[in-house]
Structures are given as structure tokens and as C-alpha cells.
Design a protein around this ligand. Structure first.
Ligand SMILES: Cc1ncc(COP(=O)(O)O)c(C=O)c1O
Length: 473
């Protein structure tokens, strides 16, 4: 299944309220004639509903961006108050909310509270409109700072749909875009213990071998030609691949050895998804550049950016940084982000994510996995999990083939439909259901959503002809 499959409704909707969308809106990542997006009428907290009044628990946080849920009163009020005060201002002017947000982000940047004491803790922030342009500008910064052109990224990755970002993207969304790729991008294999390309038996071995592979790619490409290694701290859409302990520290050391910048893409995992401001804090590693978007303000107004280590930012103190955007640091977007960070703190969201991830989501998913022969592995952290489906647990043959579409993806579509029938909206990619609810989802709603997945997995078990294991056996 493609990512956009998850925005599809079950049937065509001739309703006059959505006819204009059908007729005039050109949708993302789709054959325009083949889709029928669900018309969403409203939302509140972890729930949204369609124009027919069907309610869904948003286990995808839209596109894993709605960290504080739909229509959060504090975020809505922040947009309204800022709109009444100063609705827009050009990026060439200084602006109070933009400055305040940059300060709040820098105070929470990697290593600000823990980690490698030998590193400079000073940062600055360049604001963009979303994730892809954050990645574009991080690469621009790295190339100009190092004077080198090449950038390495993982095959299993998504980094956005603009020219360099889609070339950096390893997943099949890159393929049709390679008519005009960034010529200086190379890919490598990151760690993925469950499907190790390196024959590893456990996380420790996988981490070491993936690192050895990356070291070899660096030496074969020419260390002195490489500006940056860019990776998702936890690979998101392509599998919720949590790196083995030691892997990120190893990449950091490899970069340091060769004057390569380490860029972490935290567009999906930043701002609380795994219970840290930035996921990389889990491992105490300090990168040179961090991209963010989505969860920074739950997408109420588009916003992204790059957190820039001082030693890189200084390169542009006397030299012009050749990049900019009309809406860089848009005050409406920044005002929501400031309010979002304050809300995180007042409501102790990071602690909540860690606790419920460890005590509820993880254990419940492991129980579900034990019951269903179609589940190969569950993995994740905080409010960010994947349920990987297989045809056979022994061989680990994926439930549907890699990048399947049409009839080949039908078994997965049936499972997804069964989840949606139970009023839960999952995130779907290939042979995986991802669990990525808003970070404010109540424990009862989490139980409800996980129970829906549990029940829907019977469809997958039936498909492979292996019924669920009886309770307690
Ligand atoms: C890790 C990562 N990087 C970059 C992007 C691109 O962000 P945007 O869609 O805001 O351009 C995404 C989007 O899903 C992402 O998950």
C-alpha cells in the first residue's frame, strides 16, 4: 500500500459538499481517477468524523503530525490571538514570536539537557514551511559549510518530495522522480534487525554490521567528497526502525573522523513522538543539523525548520546564506508552536508518552503479536509503533510484497478496512500497520484502538490460513 492509500474512503462520494474536491483538487501521490478521499467534517482530540457522521479514532495523527490532537483549545486560541495581533510579516523583519520559538527550540535542542558534554550546545534555527524544505536547506547548509557535494542517506527512508529530498528518499516514491535527481546523493542500508541484510542475529550484531557497511560505503565513495550523512533518527514511514544502541554514536564517530556533518531528520519523530523533544536524545548523540516540522505545532499552520549547530551557523556570519522563503518563520505558525511547547510542559506530555508507551501500547501490542500468527514483529517506542505482518513467521515472508499495489495489496487493504470498520484510522505502509496516535489520546481510547487492531488481525490470520492462538494457550 502506498502512504496515500490511508486517505482513501471506502466508496465514491457523489455528495455535493465534496463534489468540488473531486472535481478540482489534484491530490498527492495518487492516480487522480483512482481515489475517493474521505470528506472530513470535524475533529476533537484523538477523534475525527466524516460528513456522514462516522467517527474515527485517529491512530495515524493524520500524517503523524497531529501530536496534540484535533482542535486543541490552546492551539486554536494561539492562532486566533496571533491573527488578531499580526497575521503575517516578511522574513526580513524581526518578529517576537519567531524569536521566542527559536529560543524555546534551542533550549530543547539535542544535548541541551543530556548527552555529550564535549560538544558546543549553542544552536540557531532556520525556519521553513514544512519537512521537505527543511531537508533541502539542511543539505544546502552542509554543502556550503563543508565545500563538498555528496550526501548519503538510507534506502529505507522518506525525506520529502522536493528535488534533493526526494532523491535522498530511499523508498519507491523516489523512482518515478529520478527523471531529474540530485546527482550527488548515494544510498546505504541502515539497521533493520528483523530483516537483516547483514545476517545479524540480534540488535547488537545488526548495529555493528550496519555501521561496518556504512563505513565501507563512505570509504568507497571517498570520505573527502561527502558533505553529510542524513538519516531519520528512527526510520518512520518505512518501518518504525529503532536503531540499535550504539549505531547513532558510531555514525557520529564516523562523521567526525572524516569531517562529515551528521544531519538527523526528526520531521516525524521530533517534538514528543517517542517521549523526547528530539528522538536522538534517547541515545545522547549530538548531530550538527536537525530537521523538524509536523509535531512542532501539530500542523495547525505549516511550519518546519533546521536546528543548526553554532559551528555551522558561524560559516554564514560573514558569508551570505543563499536561501530563504517568503513564509520563513510565519508568525501564525510560530505562535502555535510556542503554545504547543508550553502545553507539552504544562501537561507533562513527554512523561505521558514514555509511560503509556512502556506500560500500555508496547505490552498490549506484544500480547496481540503473540495471539496472531500473521504478526511477524511489533516494534517501537513511545507513541510510535509498527505491526509488521507476514505470511509465515518462520520464513518472514511479508504479508504482501514490497511496494505492492492493486490486487497484490488487496490482503492488506482488507485488514485496513477491518480496522476502519471498527472506527479506528490506522497508518498503513506496505505490510505494516503503524500505531501513531496523538500524544493526548486517553488510555481508554488507546485500549479501544488496540482492541480494534487485535480484532482486525483475524482477517490477516484467515488470509494465511492460520487462526489466532486461543487466549491463554
Ligand atoms: C522523516 C520525514 N522527513 C521529511 C518529510 C517531509 O515533510 P513534508 O511533507 O512536511 O514536506 C516527512 C514527511 O512525512 C518525513 O516523515
Amino acid at each position: 500500500m502506498t502512504t496515500e492509500d490511508l486517505t482513501r474512503g471506502a466508496a465514491t462520494r457523489p455528495d455535493s459538499r465534496t463534489r468540488a474536491d473531486d472535481r478540482y483538487v489534484f491530490h498527492s501521490w495518487s492516480a487522480q481517477g483512482a481515489i475517493s478521499p474521505l470528506p472530513v467534517a470535524g475533529g476533537e482530540g484523538a477523534w475525527f468524523w466524516d460528513e456522514d457522521g462516522n467517527r474515527y479514532l485517529d491512530f495515524a495523527s493524520q500524517l503523524v503530525n497531529l501530536n496534540l490532537g484535533h482542535q486543541h483549545p490552546r492551539l486554536v486560541a494561539a492562532v486566533q490571538a496571533q491573527a488578531a495581533r499580526l497575521a503575517t510579516v516578511g522574513p526580513t523583519f524581526a518578529n517576537d514570536v519567531r524569536g521566542e520559538l527559536a529560543r524555546l527550540i534551542v533550549e530543547r535542542a539535542p544535548g541541551a539537557t543530556a548527552g555529550d558534554a564535549s560538544r558546543d550546545r549553542r544552536w540557531r534555527v532556520f525556519f521553513t514551511n514544512g519537512g521537505a524544505d527543511a531537508v533541502e536547506n539542511a543539505v544546502r547548509l552542509a554543502r556550503l559549510h563543508t565545500g563538498r557535494a555528496k550526501v548519503l542517506s538510507a534506502y529505507r527512508s522518506y525525506h520529502g518530495n522536493t528535488a534533493t529530498a526526494i532523491t535522498l528518499t530511499g523508498d519507491p516514491r523516489r523512482w518515478p522522480n529520478e527523471v531529474a535527481p540530485d546527482p550527488q546523493v548515494r544510498h546505504f542500508l541502515g539497521p533493520y534487525t528483523y530483516r537483516s541484510a547483514f545476517g545479524a542475529r540480534d540488535d547488537a550484531e545488526e548495529g555493528e554490521r550496519a555501521l561496518a557497511h556504512l563505513r565501507e560505503v563512505v570509504s568507497l565513495e571517498g570520505p573527502g567528497t561527502i558533505a553529510a550523512i542524513l538519516l531519520e533518527t528512527i526510520v518512520g514511514t518505512n518501518g518504525v526502525l529503532v536503531p540499535p544502541d550504539g549505531y547513532l554514536a558510531g555514525v557520529r564517530a564516523l562523521c567526525d573522523e572524516h569531517g562529515i556533518l551528521l544531519v538527523v531528520d526528526e520531521v516525524m519523530v521530533g517534538f514528543g513522538r517517542v517521549g523526547e523533544w528530539f528522538a536522538i536524545d534517547r541515545w545522547g548523540v549530538v548531530p550538527d543539523l536537525v530537521t523538524f516540522a509536523k509535531g512542532v505545532n501539530s500542523g495547525y499552520v505549516p511550519l518546519g525548520g533546521v536546528v543548526i549547530a553554532e559551528h555551522v551557523a558561524q560559516t554564514f556570519d560573514d558569508r551570505v546564506f543563499p536561501g530563504g522563503l517568503t513564509y520563513s518563520g510565519h508568525p501564525l505558525a510560530c505562535a502555535v508552536a510556542v503554545e504547543s511547547i508550553r502545553t507539552f510542559e504544562d501537561d507533562r506530555i513527554l512523561e505521558r508518552v514514555r509511560r503509556l508507551g512502556d506500560e500500555l501500547i508496547g505490552p498490549r501490542l506484544r500480547e496481540i503479536a503473540a495471539r496472531h500468527p500473521s504478526v511477524g514483529e511489533v516494534r517501537g517506542l513511545g507513541f510510535f509503533w509498527a505491526v509488521e505482518l507476514v505470511r509465515d513467521r518462520e520464513t518472514r515472508e511479508p504479508f504482501v510484497p514490497f511496494n505492492a499495489s492493486g490486487p497484490a495489496a488487496a490482503p492488506m487493504a482488507a485488514v485496513v478496512a477491518a480496522v476502519k470498520e471498527r472506527g479506528v484510522w490506522p497508518f498503513v505502509h506496505f505490510n505494516r500497520l503503524h500505531v501513531a496516535p496523538p500524544l493526548v489520546t486517553s488510555a481508554d481510547d488507546l485500549e479501544h484502538g488496540l482492541a480494534a487492531i487485535d480484532a482486525a488481525l483475524d482477517v490477516a490470520d484467515d488470509h494465511i490460513g492460520k487462526p489466532r492462538t486461543k487466549e491463554g494457550s
